[in-house]
Design a protein. Structure first.
Length: 338
């Protein structure tokens, strides 16, 4: 349809020109021009042709002047485009160098890309990554800091600073940067995971537990995954309490860990040992049997028999029968009975 309209418009223009030509041929007319004492006689058609040629010549002169006037600008634009193309080539080569593990080459190409094209944010990312992978932490941090001030790469810059802070064990700075990243991307699984690891490293178990709750609420992890993580956090807290000599806190948090994940044999066995130590062997046996029903494992049987090592073999067999009653057809149960 577009081609048809263009052809139709061209046909109309051509028809108008033919009509004007025919009109001038049939009625040529005469034109008399007096200028500086000279008189020029010519037909109307020739006069119109002269006018058209004069206008064309003037337009050509004006166009040439404008081209010459803009020539420096055009040259600068072409030079800028050439530099941008060379910068993009250096960027691609630098990314390939990082992929190949040639970090020194990546740093060299990143500096070249930055020199050629300072407006490309990815050049900063290449330079920062090359410096980070080469172990130049301060250099990488300066690039990451520039990225935080550049629109579009702020979060990438924060992420790089967070990794640098973790590498240098600067935990306070890492927490501050993670809070900034959280404000920018509150649903980021990576940020929440980093906060969780930081809190566990610093022994902030209550904060870590809250982060796991947030991850579950935001559907980043399933409910079973959340319970298992909560169990591990409680267990780490229990171990810290045991080292500190706080038996009451150990018992409380270990029991919470076993409640969240009764299938974890390490937690169940250690808790059962504790109850046996304070004279609550029956409670310890109950924990072992409950744990075995969730996840059959020989550690449950070994600890159960360790409560009464001098008991006759027949009594041991009966204890094992009670233990495997929660999962009688499991291969581990059949092996233990055999």
């Amino acid at each position: 349809m577009i081609h048809f309209l263009r052809g139709f418009i061209f046909f109309i223009k051509l028809s108008i020109l033919v009509a004007i030509g025919v009109l001038l041929a049939r009625h040529p007319g005469e034109a008399h021009l007096t200028w500086f004492g000279y008189q020029v006689d010519m037909s109307v058609g020739l006069l119109l042709a002269a006018i058209l040629l004069s206008v064309a010549a003037i337009l050509l002169l004006v166009g040439s002047w404008r081209f010459l006037w803009r020539l420096p600008v055009i040259w600068a634009e072409q030079r800028k485009k050439h530099r941008v193309r060379k910068g993009q080539a250096a960027l691609i080569e630098g990314i390939s160098a990082i992929a190949a593990g040639e970090f020194s080459e990546a740093r060299r190409l990143a500096k070249r890309a930055l020199t050629l094209n300072t407006q490309e944010p990815l050049n900063l990312l290449l330079a920062a990554q090359g410096a980070y992978m080469s172990g130049k932490i301060e250099e990488a941090n300066s690039y990451f800091l520039q990225m935080t001030k550049t629109p579009g790469t702020t979060f990438l810059g924060l992420r790089g600073q967070i990794l640098n802070a973790r590498l240098t064990n600067n935990w306070e700075q890492m927490r501050h940067l993670l809070q900034e990243a959280m404000n920018m991307r509150p649903k980021s699984p990576w940020v929440l995971q980093q906060l969780l690891e930081l809190d566990l490293r610093l022994g902030s178990f209550d904060k870590a537990s809250m982060i796991v709750e947030q991850m579950q609420l935001r559907q980043l992890i399933t409910k079973p995954e959340s319970r298992r993580r909560q169990a591990l956090i409680h267990w780490m807290k229990a171990e810290a309490a045991e080292i500190a000599g706080d038996e009451n806190l150990f018992a409380q948090t270990a029991a919470s860990a076993h409640f969240e994940a009764p299938e974890i044999s390490t937690i169940a066995v250690r808790l059962a040992k504790y109850y046996h130590k304070i004279g609550k062997t029956s409670k310890g046996q109950k924990i072992l049997m409950g744990g075995y029903a969730h996840c059959p494992h020989p550690d449950f049987a070994n600890q159960l028999l360790a409560f009464n090592p001098d008991t006759p073999a027949l009594d041991h067999y009966r204890e094992i029968e009670k233990l495997v009653d929660g999962a009688p057809n499991h291969p581990e149960s059949l092996y233990l009975l055999a």
